[in-house]
Design a protein around this ligand. Structure first.
Ligand code: HEM
Length: 512
């Protein structure tokens, strides 16, 4: 090597070393700041991921949250080289989610992108704002009113599907039945198509694929070596995901295609069709499917592309059926465990329906105040969304702890709901915690099963009506009894917190 070559080589080494030192110092300062927040011991590169080594996917929830029992307000974990600050204190949660600044979901949601794309759950910025504005009217009170008959019809089909177990003493897992029913409901109400999943006797392919896609996203999240897309694509998890996504996307594409065709042939009650003016179709009030609004925005105003629609449909199909299925199953479990609470619900239903077997209307559902408290208490103890995450978009202080911009921050809903200050004897199932007099002195962010602030759950009113309709219809037909003890049913937190072993019930006909 001549002199110039050696000189250039020397300069290159100096530049690279300087950059490395700069990166190291910056990184060290960043890590030092975050390591002031308490949390488990971390190691270079792997961070605190060693906790997941050898664990089965069913342990994720308990590993993820075991530190919340020790650090009751805030702590940090390191997913490889990425820090996540977990917050449990209502005041910190309010700072994060009540603000319009920290609106972007955390980096963990990127694993949902192949499935849900940039739908409402995963998008941010102007795109999120525009889509939320387009979608909000679909959950208007007057539209929900027209959905109540769909809730009732599908709840009755669910009751029929369960009849074979009644008075037999045979225990069965109610979860798959409920999941098929909530899938039928979301398809019919939001998408305007009937898929009749409840008529199938086998596990529905779409429901099964949702389950698998949730697990695969989580498996990837705890294996940093699968983060690079290329490595993931080559892995067995990547291959499985490809297969599962093809089932999910063909299902939603089919739903969109069917609805588009129906709109074209004028066989629906969509806005802008001949049926719109009469306000009544097939003896029912006109229904405005969520998908119709999207298709309208696509056709008339060019606001949404075909891909945008597919992504929103995937998001709503997932958010709209898995969360509710889980909440219904958990609530049925609690109601089965506590017969006195079950009796009180039935008393309320007798007052409302006076022995009639008519369908529940919106007004009936609004009168189910005690059942509402039972559902709220169930969502407190086993929220279907146990955690959700954001990126800190501006430097923030949580109490004495500084968290720099760009850090992931997770809200631990499960442990928030067990704060003894707001929920004394937190493991006790007590629906009366939600009596008006008992909630007035609670921190507004101490109970957030549907999140809160600008990115709260858009479907929460829909969900509450659906839950009441399904649970009340079941209890008007059957007495339900548990076959598992509470301590034996574990949470399997994929994206939604499901009962790991299912919810096994015994049912008997009820003379209503
Ligand atoms: C018991 C049932 C439900 C629970 C517990 C629940 C809970 C939540 C929570 C906690 C979030 C915030 C998630 C996050 O920030 O990552 C959320 C968002 C969302 N939920 Fe729900 N949800 C339920 C039912 C539904 C239903 C029935 C629908 C649709 C029909 C729905 C649609 C959505 C959508 C689209 C978002 C994203 C909203 C946005 O970011 O603007 N959810 N839900």
């Amino acid at each position: 090597m001549n002199e110039i070559g050696s000189l250039l080589f020397g300069i290159l080494i100096i530049v690279i070393s300087t950059k490395l030192v700069q990166w190291y110092l910056k990184r060290k300062t960043y890590c030092d700041i975050l390591n002031r927040i308490p949390g488990p011991k971390q190691y270079p590169v792997i961070g605190t991921m060693y906790e997941f080594f050898g664990a089965s996917k069913y342990d994720f929830f308990y590993i993820n949250t075991k530190h919340s029992k020790v650090h009751r307000e805030i702590y940090r974990v390191w997913v490889g080289m990425e820090c996540t600050v977990r917050i449990i204190k209502p005041e910190y949660i309010e700072q994060l989610i009540d603000s319009t600044k920290h609106i972007q979901k955390s980096s963990i949601y990127r694993f949902l992108l192949p499935w849900l794309g940039r739908g409402l759950l995963t998008s941010f910025g102007e795109r999120w704002f525009q889509h939320r504005k387009i979608l909000t009217p679909t959950f208007h009170f007057s539209i929900l009113d027209t959905f109540c008959s769909v809730f009732s019809e599908n709840s009755s089909i669910l009751v029929d599907c369960l009849r074979k177990y009644s008075n037999t003493g045979q225990s069965f897992d109610v979860f798959p039945y409920v999941a098929r029913s909530t899938l039928d409901i979301i398809c019919e109400t939001a998408m305007g198509v009937k898929v009749n999943a409840q008529n199938e006797n086998v596990e529905n392919e779409y429901v099964k694929a949702v389950h698998e896609a949730s697990i695969l996203s989580l498996v990837r999240a705890v294996k940093p070596w699968l983060y690079p897309n290329l490595l993931f694509t080559l892995s067995s998890t990547g291959a499985k995901q490809k297969q599962v996504l093809s089932i999910l996307h063909s299902f939603t594409e089919g739903v969109i295609k069917e609805r588009k065709l129906a709109l074209k042939n004028n066989t629906t009650s969509a806005p802008g069709t001949d049926n719109e003016s009469d306000g009544n179709i097939y003896g029912r009030k006109r229904r405005l499917a969520f998908l119709d609004l999207l298709l309208q925005a696509n056709e008339k105003d060019n606001l949404l592309t075909d891909k945008d629609i597919r992504e929103e449909v995937d998001t709503f199909m997932f958010e709209g059926h898995d969360t509710t299925a889980s909440s219904i199953a958990w609530t049925l479990f609690f109601v089965a465990l506590y017969p006195d609470i079950q009796d009180k619900i039935v008393e309320e239903l007798k007052t409302i329906f006076q022995q009639s077997d008519r369908e529940a209307t919106m007004q009936d559902l609004n009168e189910m105040k005690y059942l509402e408290r039972v559902i709220k208490e169930s969502l407190r103890l086993n929220p279907s969304v146990n955690f959700f995450s954001r990126i800190i978009s501006e430097d923030i202080y949580f109490g004495e702890y500084f968290v720099p911009k760009g850090t992931n921050c997770t809200v631990d809903v499960y442990h928030l709901h067990r704060n003894e200050k707001y929920f004394p004897d937190p493991e006790k199932f007590d629906p009366d915690r939600f009596l008006i007099d008992n909630i007035s002195d609670k921190h507004p962010f101490s109970y957030i099963p549907f999140s809160a602030g600008p990115r709260n759950c858009i479907g929460q009113k829909f969900a509450m009506l659906e839950l009441k309709s399904e649970i009340s219809t079941i209890l008007r037909s059957y007495k339900i009894k548990p076959t598992q003890r509470r301590e034996d049913v574990h949470i399997c937190s994929e994206l939604v917190g499901r009962p790991y072993e299912g919810i096994h019930l015994i049912i008997e006909d009820r003379a209503f």
